[in-house]
Ligand binder design. Sequence first.
Ligand SMILES: Cc1cc2nc3c(=O)[nH]c(=O)nc-3n(C[C@H](O)[C@H](O)[C@H](O)COP(=O)(O)O)c2cc1C
Ligand code: SF4
Ligand code: SF4
Length: 436
Amino acid sequence: MADLSVDFCGIKAPNPFWLASAPPTDKEYNVERAFRAGWGGVVWKTLGEEGPPVVNVSGPRYGALHGPDRRVMGFNNIELITDRPLEVNLAEIKAVKSRWKDRAVVVSLMVPCEEEAWKKILPRVEETGCDGIELNFGCPHGMSERGMGSAVGQVPEYVEMVARWCKQNTRMPVIVKLTPNITDVRRPAEAARRGGADAVSLINTINSIMGVDLDAMAPSPHTDGKATHGGYCGAAVKPIALHMVADIARSPATHGMPLSGIGGVETWRDAAEFMALGCGTVQVCTAAMVYGFGIVREMITGLEAWMDEKGYERLSDFVGRAVPNVTDWQHLNLNYAVKARIDQDLCIKCGRCHIACEDTSHQAIFATKDGMRHFEVNDAECVGCNLCVNVCPIEDCITMVPLMNELDARTGRYVDGSVLPWTAHPNNPAVRQAAE
Ligand SMILES: Cc1cc2nc3c(=O)[nH]c(=O)nc-3n(C[C@H](O)[C@H](O)[C@H](O)COP(=O)(O)O)c2cc1C
Ligand code: SF4
Ligand code: SF4
C-alpha cells in the first residue's frame, strides 16, 4: 500500500490532504471532527490581533455558480478572518494539538503590517504547540481595505519584509499564502523566499462579482441592497491555481520551494494534479463546505489505489514529475500532428461536433454520407484543434489520433516524428534573420 505521509517543510502529517484556512477550520469542534474523518492537517481559520474581533455581515456572505445539475462549480465569499476572540482560538488550538499529535496544525495569521504586531502574536501562537504558521497575504475583501491580506500580498517588498519579521521572531516554519489577484505570481513567491519563508501556499480567492440581481439592480448576493466584490474559489478556479503553481515550480528563482496547492481540489485526482506540478500538500475549502469532511476518505483511498497501480511507493515518487513538461509556447513541437476520429459505435448523431467545426473551426466534419445523417472527419481539413472533443456530449466518442510516418492530408507534409519548435521554424523572422 502506498505511503501517503508527508514532511512539508518540517511539518509532518499522515497524508497530504489538509483543510484550508476557512470556516471548516474555524473552531475546535470542526477540526476535531475533521481529524476524526481522516484529514492529515488543517490550517486554522485566520487569527487577527488581540482586541475586539472583526465583525461579519449578517446578510448573505456566500454566493455560488451552479452547473446545470446544481453542482457548485464556483463559490464566492465576503467573510472576514475569524470573528472569535484570539484567546478562545489559541486555547482551542492548544487543546486540539495536544490530542492530535500526528496531524498538522498550522495557524493562519493576519495582523497589521507592523513588526510590533507580529512580535506580539507570534509567541502566543507558538505557545499552543502548533506546527507552523501561514501568513494570509491573500484575503481580497474587507481586510485588504484595512491594509492587510492581499494589500500586502500584492507588494513583493511587503511580503519579503513580513516573512523576514516572522522568521526572526519564531522557530515555527513559515508558509506564505499568496494572492492570485496579481499579474505575475512569481514575484511575491520570490519575495517570500528572499524573506526566508519555508514554503508558499496558493491560491487564496480571486476578486469576483457572482452576478447581478436585475430587480434589486445590485450585485448578488447583496446585504440590504448593497454588495461588494468577494473572493472566488471552488472547482472553477482550479485551472488558474494549477497555472500559478506551475509558474512557481518551474521558475529558477523559486524552483524546489515547498508548495501547498489550493483551489478547487475536490477529489484525489485534483490533488494528484497539483502534486504532479510540484505541491507537497493540498488544501481544501469549498469541497469540504459543500460535501462535508467525509470526502477525505475517497481522497485517501483513491490516491493510494492510483499510486499502487502506477508503482509509486511514496508521494515523492511523483511530486513535481509534470513540471519539466510545462513549457513556453515557442518550445512546442510544430511538426506534431493529430486528427480527430469519431467512434461510430458511440456516436449518437447529435451533430454538435459538425456545427462547432463548421461554424467556428475548420469545416472538417461531414454531416451526411450516402444521403444519411452520419458524422465523419475530413482529414484534408482537420487541424486537430480539439473543439469537437470538447463539445461532444459523449465521453471518448471523439479522440485525437497522432499521425506517425504518414502524410498529413491537410498540409501534404510527411509526419515522421521529428521535432520542430517555433524557435527553429523557418517562418520565424528571428530564424530567417539568423540564416541570412
Ligand atoms: C468562506 C470562506 C472563508 C475563507 N476564509 C479564509 C481565511 O480566513 N483565511 C485564508 O487564508 N483563506 C480563507 N479562505 C480561502 C480558502 O482558504 C482557499 O484559499 C480558497 O477558498 C480556495 O480553495 P477552494 O477552492 O478549495 O475553496 C476562505 C474561503 C472561503 C470560501
Ligand atoms: S479537431 Fe477541430 S478541425 Fe478537426 S474536426 Fe474537430 S473541430 Fe474540426
Ligand atoms: S458531437 Fe459526438 S455524438 Fe454528437 S454527432 Fe458529433 S461525434 Fe456524434
